[in-house]
Write a protein that binds this ligand. Structure first.
Ligand SMILES: C[S@@+](CC[C@H](N)C(=O)[O-])C[C@H]1O[C@@H](n2cnc3c(N)ncnc32)[C@H](O)[C@@H]1O
Length: 186
């Protein structure tokens, strides 16, 4: 985890192009995700959209280590990032807890009939589509979290307002890290 944190900090300062940067969550967001994942319902899939090099997935797997037979299914569009994530999961010895899917999450993420937990952290214009694909499949008490809602407040304003008006979920913006939208299925 420390190596990924150092790489992410270097990326942000040395002119690495946007698509090559790791663009990771801050550690405080990781701790919060781990707590939320540990509180998710027992039944249902655990999903992540936007793996990058696997930093946030490592936090989520902290909760999975306590559960039987639950894997995190994490989606990464770019093959080079998926390769980095594979390396991360191997080094951290959590390969058995994670299924890494290299491809566009939008073609897949709606196929899980029962979802206990979903963390969304990809390009912001995809947020509404992923929300619409996942939220109908959340089990009662299932959790949906989306990052960057305060760092990208203007871009994500309509998305957040729509979630706050959505009667299927209770929602709250949690102002830690870059801001997380937290939704819990009623
Ligand atoms: C902000 S980074 C994710 C950081 C990661 N969650 C972490 O904290 O370690 C966003 C990632 O989403 C990936 N991505 C973008 N669009 C995607 C899509 N449609 N399906 C899957 N991954 C996507 C990008 O390639 C990028 O690696």
């Amino acid at each position: 985890m420390e190596a990924l944190e150092a790489q992410d900090m270097q990326d942000r300062g040395d002119g690495t192009p946007h698509h090559k940067r790791l663009r990771q969550i801050p550690a405080v967001t990781g701790k919060f995700l781990a707590l939320m994942a540990a509180s998710a319902p027992d039944e249902g899939a655990f999903l992540e959209v936007g793996t990058s090099a696997g930093y946030s997935a490592l936090w989520i797997t902290r909760a999975l280590a306590e559960r039987k037979d639950t894997q995190l299914i994490t989606f990464e569009l770019l093959p080079e990032k998926a390769d980095l994530a594979r390396e991360t999961f191997k080094k951290a010895k959590v390969e058995s807890l994670i299924e890494l899917v290299n491809g566009d999450a939008r073609g897949n993420v709606g196929n899980y009939a029962e979802v206990a937990f979903c963390f969304l952290d990809c390009e912001k214009e995809m947020y509404p589509e992923v929300y619409d694909l996942v939220v109908p499949n959340l089990v009662p008490g299932g959790l949906f979290l989306a990052d960057n809602v305060t760092s990208h407040a203007e871009e994500l304003q309509e998305f957040v307002e729509n979630a706050e008006r959505d009667h299927r979920v209770d929602s709250l913006v949690v102002t830690i890290g870059k801001g997380l939208l937290l939704c819990r299925k009623r």
